[in-house]
Design a protein around this ligand. Sequence first.
Ligand code: SF4
Length: 154
Amino acid sequence: MAKTIQIRLAESSCKAGLGYARKHLSAGPPKDAVICCEGMCLKGETARRAANLIAHDLVPGKAVRICHGGLLEETGGMRELVRRAGRVLILDGCGMACGTRLTEGAFPDLEPQVVFANQLYECDQDIFGVDEMPDSQINANAAKVAQQVVEKYF
Ligand code: SF4
């Protein structure tokens, strides 16, 4: 079994993502880039909601949300937002650090700040599905993560 994988960057880009990136690239000084592992499980979903809260609600003037899929495009603008960022903050849902490993693959020299979101709220670590916890509790956990991250980094 291979221990590494290579990924070809897409020559095309997501039109909506490109528009979003251009808007942020032309809007004032660079913001901190917020990347998330985007996992589909409860831990990844909690991290994803927390990342969105940070960039869209809590400190939108200081942080910009990055689509990690956009890191796999040649010209989609997400890579430019990361290059331009004063700091790159990665919210991984758990210690598997998928978002961090993908980002390191895209930017080997980058030194991101990494947060393991599942260490910032109380949760049964064996629960996997987003359908195994009330939506309101997932939101409350995400808000707890986002608040702690903002207090520490912004
Ligand atoms: S870091 Fe954890 S929660 Fe996120 S995608 Fe990887 S295994 Fe899932």
